[in-house]
Design a protein around this ligand. Structure first.
Ligand code: ADP
Ligand code: MG
Length: 465
């Protein structure tokens, strides 16, 4: 970089740093790199289109002023975007141009008015959006920042951003369905003429099966190909249905080629999707894959405050803190606690204080216990006696192995709702009579052998942890 360019660029950065929040400056602006200044064109390298769209969408005036101030108001700016090619080391560079002076009059993305508001077309499509989920009641936080901003950007300009498809993933209850619907609702509000459709993967699959049965598969595909913004929730539910996913693949290609917007959610990253064809998974990664992370403490508090005040509940700061610190995994769980608080305070006319909140938390955490499985029983028993898990599946008649097998059968009978033949199937491929016999032997020994009894009790208490 020549020294004049470096100096002017540093002055630009200085101006931006003075005008935006420090986190914004370090996240979005320090990653830009000026490459050259030739023919009055400033070439800037950015790691992705997302960065540019974010800056232009949110900090255009600061960015523009900084550049015009230091490089002159007739400067042209062009970007080199590094496009990561999947599965290959090479990077392709592509440019796009904008002239700060011309953009000056453009409203920031947040204020773009749809051209179509004057004459909205009559829609004959039920978008199936869930109206209660919108951006107004979607609380912003660090953990949902990336996905939310991408969603808001899409709603402004569906099909015409680099976030196509937008693939949102995250564990249960973190807000995927809410965000998907919020994007759909905003898109409809800004572009009433667009055909927006929200559908769960399960419903998509059911409709597909139905179409196959009634020989209407062409109509089915054709219908989906007329959609402008297709929002599909819970993509993991398509795994294991190759024909449904294959049909989705064709619809996806058609829509994507025609610059229609696709938005998907899933409980895991595309790379962890099993039983879905690689060619489809590759496509999921074409646009933006964004994670909705578990809500952090700050967001949990904000959500609690917002939801309790909407419900008209008066809750003190220390109660909010207590709940936010203890319910950490999902927003759905937070809502569960609020619902209980509401019930207690209205039904029992109890004041919502720390004691009540703690009681409710204790009850809720009991409900969340994971159900016991036969695998856990086998593992814990083998662990306790230090026997390899595989050993109990063999025909071995060695005393230690027989004992471990019998205790596993006994505990499975006692703690699971399994028939004796099912237990036999899981443990050593034995028949139901053998399982019954094993249970009786263990019961008898428990009565006469104190050490044995202690061992079995230890194992049983370890099943609860
Ligand atoms: P997921 O689809 O990821 O399982 P949902 O979208 O169904 O999760 O969210 C669970 C509940 O939590 C919903 O009632 C939703 O409104 C609420 N929720 C999730 N995230 C937020 C948020 N950021 N602000 C407000 N409510 C939220
Ligand atoms: Mg959901």
């Amino acid at each position: 970089m020549n020294s004049e360019l470096k100096e002017k660029w540093n002055a630009c950065l200085g101006f931006i740093r003075d005008n935006v929040e420090p986190a914004v400056y370090s996240t979005w602006f320090t990653i830009l790199e000026p490459l050259s200044l030739e023919n009055n064109t400033l070439l800037i390298q950015a790691p992705s289109n997302f960065v540019i769209e974010y800056i232009e969408g949110n900090y255009l005036s600061e960015f523009q002023s900084a550049i015009c101030k230091n490089f002159g108001s007739d400067i042209k700016v062009s970007y080199n975007i590094i496009v990561d090619k999947m599965n290959s080391q090479s990077t392709t560079v592509r440019s796009q141009e904008f002239q700060p002076a011309q953009i000056k009059g453009t409203k920031p993305m947040g204020n773009v008015t749809p051209l179509t508001t004057d004459a909205p077309q009559v829609q004959d499509l039920d978008s199936m959006l869930i109206h209660k989920y919108n951006f107004d009641n979607f609380i912003e936080g660090y953990s949902n920042k990336m996905a939310r901003i991408a969603g808001e950007t899409i709603a402004q300009n569906p099909g015409n951003t680099s976030f196509n498809p937008l693939f949102i993933h995250g564990s249960s209850g973190v807000g995927k369905t809410h965000l998907l619907n919020a994007i759909g609702m905003k898109t409809k509000e800004l572009h009433p003429d667009k055909r927006v459709l929200y559908v769960s993967s399960h419903l998509f699959h059911v409709q597909y099966i139905d179409a196959v049965r009634s020989n209407n598969i062409n109509d089915f595909i054709h219908f989906y190909q007329t959609i402008d913004v297709l929002i599909i929730d819970d993509m993991q539910e398509l795994s294991g249905y190759p024909r449904t996913t294959n049909t989705f693949f064709h619809i996806f290609n058609h829509l994507h080629q025609n610059k229609k917007q696709l938005i998907m959610s899933c409980d895991r990253h595309p790379k962890d999707l099993k039983d879905i064809e690689e060619r489809l998974i590759t496509r999921f990664k074409w646009g933006l894959v964004a994670e909705l992370e578990r809500p952090d403490l700050e967001l949990r508090k904000e959500i609690l405050k917002d939801k309790t005040s909407r419900d008209g509940l008066e809750v003190s700061e220390d109660v909010i803190e207590l709940i936010a610190e203890n319910v950490t995994d999902s927003v759905r769980d937070l809502e569960g606690v609020i619902a209980s608080l509401m019930a207690y305070s209205t039904i029992y006319k109890k004041e919502i204080n720390l004691e009540l909140a703690q009681q409710i938390l204790n009850k809720n955490s009991k409900k969340e216990e994971k159900p016991l499985t036969i695998e856990t029983i086998i593992n814990k028993v083998c662990d306790y006696y230090d026997i390899p898990v595989d050993a109990i599946q063999t025909k071995s008649r060695k005393h230690e192995i027989v004992q471990v097998r019998q205790i596993s059968m006994y505990l499975a009978k006692k703690h699971l709702d399994f028939s004796t033949s099912k237990i036999g199937m899981y443990i050593g491929k034995r028949d139901h009579a053998t399982v019954l016999h094993a249970c009786n032997i263990v019961k008898d020994q428990l009565e006469v052998d104190k050490n044995f009894k202690k061992d079995v009790e230890n194992i049983e208490s370890s099943l609860k942890s």
